[in-house]
Ligand binder design. Structure first.
Ligand SMILES: [Zn+2]
Ligand SMILES: [Zn+2]
Length: 245
């Protein structure tokens, strides 16, 4: 872009900010810092998940060990899972604003903040693979939030993102309606197929989603990737639903 044109665009941006000052997409309050996307109050509402954590399901443990009792008996198919924050409060509002309010600009700060909170992606990742939406839901929404988050994580970590590496061939019931573990596992059984099996074989892949609830969706995806010959399958999500105590 030529210098006068860049200057004009900057001026137009500043004028627009004067007329329509930027607001936090989560709570709609005015943003005081021009570099912010999420306001400080919403950001400080994101709750960390207290360590120590189970390396496979990212749930808190009551003592320092590698895996929780459940994952030791019933492995989820993931070699490791990392999540940024406990799902709830302003994090839940931010994810809802991204998905249903179509505030795509939230993908960047959510990816960045959750990566910092989780101390990075799991080890040994060759590429990222977003958990896909069914095409009907993709058409309704116009974008795939997990893909937007994966692209941001890929940008920050210098990793490629394999879009279309998995396909959701069956429209599952929205997972938000059931927190029952068994119902969720049967809901997603057989819902995914490998879209690009040649690119999956012998690779270390990190699945990316916005929220992990029971882990049923990622477990189903991991099963398909394992079948297609992936050598290591890990997961990363912005939010993790913690079970009621
Ligand atoms: Zn806010
Ligand atoms: Zn576990």
């Amino acid at each position: 872009m030529t210098a006068p044109l860049a200057g004009l665009r900057h001026l137009a941006g500043s004028l627009l900010d004067l007329l329509l000052p930027p607001r936090c997409p989560v709570c709609e309050d005015l943003l005081t810092d021009p570099g912010q996307i999420i306001c400080s109050a919403c950001r400080f509402g994101f709750e960390a998940i207290d360590a120590p954590l189970c390396q496979r399901c990212a749930l808190p443990l009551n003592q320092e060990k590698a895996h929780c009792a459940h994952c030791s008996i019933h492995p989820t198919g993931l070699d490791a899972l990392r999540c940024g924050f406990a799902y709830g409060g302003s994090l839940q509002e931010a994810i809802m604003a991204l998905k249903f309010g179509r505030r795509r600009e939230l993908a960047r700060p959510l990816a960045q903040l959750s990566l910092e909170a989780a101390s990075g992606l799991p080890d040994e990742v060759e590429f990222l693979l977003p958990v896909p939406l069914h095409k009907t839901r993709f058409t309704q929404r116009g974008f795939d939030q997990a893909a937007l988050i994966a692209l941001e994580l890929g940008r920050i970590n210098g990793l490629p993102v394999l879009l279309g590496g998995l396909q959701r061939i069956r429209a599952t019931d929205p997972q938000g309606q059931s927190r029952d573990q068994r119902a969720r596992f049967s809901n997603v059984a057989g819902a995914f197929v490998a879209g690009k099996p040649r690119l999956i074989k012998d690779k270390a892949i990190c699945l990316v989603d916005d929220v992990v609830t029971t882990g049923a969706t990622m477990a189903s995806c991991a099963g398909v990737l394992r079948e297609a010959g992936a050598s290591r399958i890990t997961g990363f999500a912005v939010g993790r639903t913690l079970p009621d105590l």
